[in-house]
Design a protein. Sequence first.
Length: 221
Amino acid sequence: MFNGFTDATTDFLWNIRFNNEREWFTEHKQEYIEHLWEPFKALANEVYERFTKDKDDLIVNLHVSRIYRDARRLHGRGPYKDHLWFSIRPENDAWHERPVFWFEIAPEGYSYGLGVYSPNPAQMTRFRKEIDENPREILALAEEFEKQDRFFLEGDEYARKKGNPPPPLDKWYNRKSINFHCDRGLAKPFYSKRLVDEVVEGYNTLLPYYKYFAKLADRIE
């Protein structure tokens, strides 16, 4: 059961950032297991179970990252990550082209949201066509998004604009990727079981956006 992270959690993350070597990690591995890995896994499992309960049409799996970096991709960095994340996503070879719920913990705090990080160009072309020809559904979602203040919209934009739709769709139209991002720092829920409630509530807020972009990806496939 997840009961919150502690100061020891962030202490370990800061320490691994500045002592990113096998000797230090080996000496402090029990701290990693007790204060980071075990509570992080508990959080991921509880969020997944709560969020997917009674959603029979939501076919997704939980993926939890490990602290160990791929030795083939160190690129001058240490062998350990100073942040961990989990994702809730479809079990699909092209999952990176689909919307993904995510949560990340780092020394500075935590963040979570929904990302469509690597859509293929055909998806975004179709997205713009939908806005041009049938904007009702995405306009309703965009207007609803404007009413909340938990998530902000981000994602790489084209250097040369593809078009100029009216607000609020102008914030969506020219993006290569889309991410709905909540950055919370070391807010109070970090230290209690209320963090599960917050993340599940956030994912439920983003579920209509997940369904919209999942449907868009299905059409392209």
